[in-house]
Design a protein around this ligand. Structure first.
Ligand code: ADP
Length: 191
């Protein structure tokens, strides 16, 4: 089973994906994690995307589609969870084509709904907690970048809600509850 977790920054996609990996043996494909790894390892691509990411803007479709293509060719597991990808209509079309090439299907798109003020609070708190614990703080986890990330989401990613609705595989869930409640809502969709 291949699924997309769709939702704004701070919606909890990564948290829920992590539990699906542990409990169902699925493979999480997070383009955000892949881009951060590329930065840390100092690759050319990592250098190119660093400023764009820190501002909270989207990196090019070409780069992220390339990352996903590589992973689809190599990663093995009990289905893929796309987390933070696709983020544009062009990425959504590319994902459809990549899956079709492999004879694979997209089984569910789960939209996690969380209001803006909660998102900003969650991300700013996450940064404050990391800083207090002496852990690294993401350079884009500050209020200015979060506002830009949200605007990018509404302009470029939210149209995917209509796109997948029209394709018939969208389910929207409330992302505001406790982690366990959101998890149960996702399990209700996946069966
Ligand atoms: P969040 O969902 O918390 O905003 P991510 O870790 O998914 O964070 O992404 C962090 C940043 O990486 C984004 O703001 C963007 O710059 C870049 N990025 C990640 N995935 C994509 C994508 N599919 N398309 C374009 N840019 C992306």
């Amino acid at each position: 089973m291949n699924i997309i977790l769709l939702g704004p920054p701070g919606a909890g996609k990564g948290t829920q994906a992590g539990m699906l990996v542990e409990e169902r043996g699925m493979v999480q494909l997070s383009t955000g994690d892949m881009l951060r790894a590329a930065r840390t390892s100092g690759t050319e691509m990592g250098k190119i995307v660093a400023d764009v990411m820190d501002r909270g803007e989207l990196v090019t479709d070409e780069i992220v589609i390339g990352l996903i293509r590589e992973q689809l060719d190599t990663a093995k597991g009990n289905g893929f969870i796309f987390d933070g990808f696709p983020r544009t209509l062009a990425q959504a079309d590319a994902l459809g084509a990549l899956l079709a090439e492999k004879g694979a299907s997209l089984d569910a798109v789960i939209e996690m709904q969380v209001d803006d003020e909660t998102l900003v609070k969650r991300i700013v708190n996450r940064a404050a907690e990391a800083a207090a614990a002496g852990q690294p703080v993401r350079a884009d986890d500050n209020e200015d970048s979060v506002r830009i990330r949200l605007m990018e989401y509404y302009k470029k990613t939210a149209p995917l809600i209509g796109y997948y609705h029209a394709k018939g595989n969208l389910t929207s869930i409330d992302g505001l509850g406790e982690i366990a409640e959101v998890k149960a809502a996702i399990a209700g969709v996946l069966g």
